[in-house]
Structures are given as C-alpha cells and as structure tokens.
Design a protein around this ligand. Structure first.
Ligand code: AP5
Length: 216
C-alpha cells in the first residue's frame, strides 16, 4: 500500500499516520519529522532547513525531494509507505510521480484531511511534543497523565517553535498558496479521497480504516 496524507497543518495527519502505518505494517515517512531530526542534529541539511521552518515557510523543493527519495529506496519502504506532509508543492508531486514511475510504482491513494480553520488553530495551539520519543499530545484533547511530562519516556514536553501564533498564520497561508493546489492535482488523477478530520482521534481513525478497506 502506497499512501499520501494531504491537508493543512495541524489537521491530524501525523496522529493518524502513526496509527495507520502500524495497522498496515507500512513505513511512515514524515518530512516534517525528518527535517526536525536534521535540525536537531545540526546536519548541513538541517542548518539549511531551520530558518525556513521557523518562519513557517516551505523548505526548498530540491532539499526535501532528495530526503524523500533516499528513504523511498530503503528496505523499510519495500512493503509500502505512507507519506505524511509530502508532497507539498506541485513540483514535489511531479517529481514523486516520475521517481515512482521509474521504479514501476504508483501512489494507490491520497487522503485529504479536511477540518474547519478554527479547529485547526485550536489543534496546533494546544499541541505539545516530546523532544525525546516524539510522542504528540494536546493540552485539552490528548493531555499527558502528568502535566508537561511525556507518558512514554518521562521527558519534559515542548511546544514546537513553529506552533507559535504568528507562525501558524504564515503556515496556513503557505498551505493555501502552495499545497492546496495538490487537491485538484490528485483529483485529476482519480486517487484523491476526502476524509472528515473532525471529532476524536479514534473516530477519525475508524473512518480512515473504513475508507482504506472500502477501496480494496
Ligand atoms: P510538518 O511537520 O509536516 O507540519 P504540518 O504539515 O504543518 O503538519 P503538522 O505536524 O502541524 O500537523 P498534523 O496534521 O500532523 O497534525 P497532528 O497529528 O500533529 O512540517 C513542518 C515544517 O517542515 C513545514 O512548515 C515546512 O517548513 C517543513 N516541511 C515539511 N514537509 C515539507 C515539504 N514536503 N516541503 C517543504 N517543506 C516541508 O495534530 C495536531 C494536534 O492536534 C496535536 O496536538 C494532536 O495531538 C491533536 N489532534 C490530532 N488529532 C486530533 C483529534 N482527532 N482530535 C483532537 N485533537 C487531535
């Protein structure tokens, strides 16, 4: 199974991607996670990406495409993969299509997560992440058992630097201008399926599993 999760920042793609990758035993590739890891490790790629990410802008296409292609040829992706947060521009999508064509593969389906903007802002504003094990919480809807502490590894939770109110607005604008055109791009290919991202995590997961199994 080869999937893409598409949608605005904070809609819940990453939360569902973890559940679905586990359920179907496929590899989850999140470009946001890969880039944050490179920033934390201060690799040359991370140093290049850092300022773009902090401003809420997209990292240049060639940087991200190189990162994804390197992962897609690795043995972890042999059973299939789920791309979370990639592609994000039409240029990235075209590059992905030709890369997969070269391997005789295609994307099976693209799931577009939709949610009203007021809910998106609440989800991003309340997000807290574990810098150590990368678990994601929400202050109201998915709080940790102990305030500010990761349930899994006990580390202090942090707010992502791009989850501050001023950056949220620029990420939403970037989504509108650069990523939203991908909805039509994949609709035209007949592989786009819209998923209502509202409600509790388990409810969204159930709708998603139903959608994926319905499609055969
Ligand atoms: P990235 O990490 O991909 O961020 P994003 O797309 O903006 O997505 P988010 O991680 O913000 O949200 P999500 O949809 O995964 O939501 P989540 O599940 O966490 O990218 C970060 C940056 O990296 C970009 O701005 C860019 O600079 C760069 N980048 C990445 N990919 C790139 C690319 N391809 N090209 C160029 N640059 C790239 O949920 C959000 C919150 O809601 C959490 O707190 C969660 O606990 C909570 N939640 C989730 N589901 C529910 C629910 N059903 N009910 C209640 N709360 C929920």
């Amino acid at each position: 199974m080869r999937l893409i999760f598409l949608g605005p920042p904070g809609v819940g793609k990453g939360t569902q991607a973890d559940l679905i990758a586990k359920k179907y035993s496929i590899s989850k590739l999140s470009t946001g996670d890969l880039l944050r890891e490179s920033v934390d490790k201060r690799t040359p790629l991370g140093n290049e990406a850092k300022n773009f990410m902090e401003r809420g802008e997209l990292v240049p296409d060639d940087v991200v495409i190189g990162l994804v292609e390197e992962k897609l040829v690795s043995p972890e992706c042999r059973n299939g993969f789920l791309l979370d947060g990639f592609p994000r521009t039409v240029a990235q999508a075209n590059k992905l299509s030709s890369f997969l064509e070269g391997k005789g593969e295609t994307i099976d389906r693209v799931v577009y997560f939709s949610l009203p903007q007021t809910d998106i802002i609440k989800r991003i504003g309340g997000r807290r992440s574990c810098p150590q094990c990368k678990a994601v919480y929400h202050l109201e809807s998915i709080p940790p058992k102990e305030d500010g502490i990761c349930n899994i590894c006990g580390s202090a939770l942090i707010q992502r630097s791009d989850d501050k109110p001023e950056t949220i607005q620029s990420r939403l604008a970037v989504y509108q201008n650069q990523t939203k055109p991908l909805i039509q791009f994949y609709k035209d290919k007949g592989i786009l399926f819209e998923l209502d991202g509202s409600g509790v995590v388990a409810g969204v997961r159930d709708r998603l599993v139903a959608l994926l199994s319905q499609l055969g």
